[in-house]
Write a protein that binds this ligand. Structure first.
Ligand SMILES: [Zn+2]
Ligand SMILES: [Zn+2]
Length: 61
């Protein structure tokens, strides 16, 4: 692995990312990388992919 600030591994896409760019899901508090974070439409709150999917389904029903 090349040296650098890539010191976190995303649980969703399994890519390494910069710790400073980590987001936390507001629903389940899991760490999400910037590529996987889902921003909730209304509030812009960061969600993890499963919570983002659940949110979309909630909104539709
Ligand atoms: Zn990711
Ligand atoms: Zn979540």
């Amino acid at each position: 692995m090349e040296p650098g600030p890539w010191d976190e591994c995303c649980a969703f896409c399994l890519q390494r990312y910069i710790y400073e760019e980590e987001r936390r899901c507001t629903r389940c508090d899991v760490a999400v990388c910037p590529a996987c974070v889902v921003l909730e439409g209304a509030t812009g709150e960061p969600l993890c992919p499963p919570c983002g999917k659940a949110y979309e389904e909630d909104r539709r029903s």
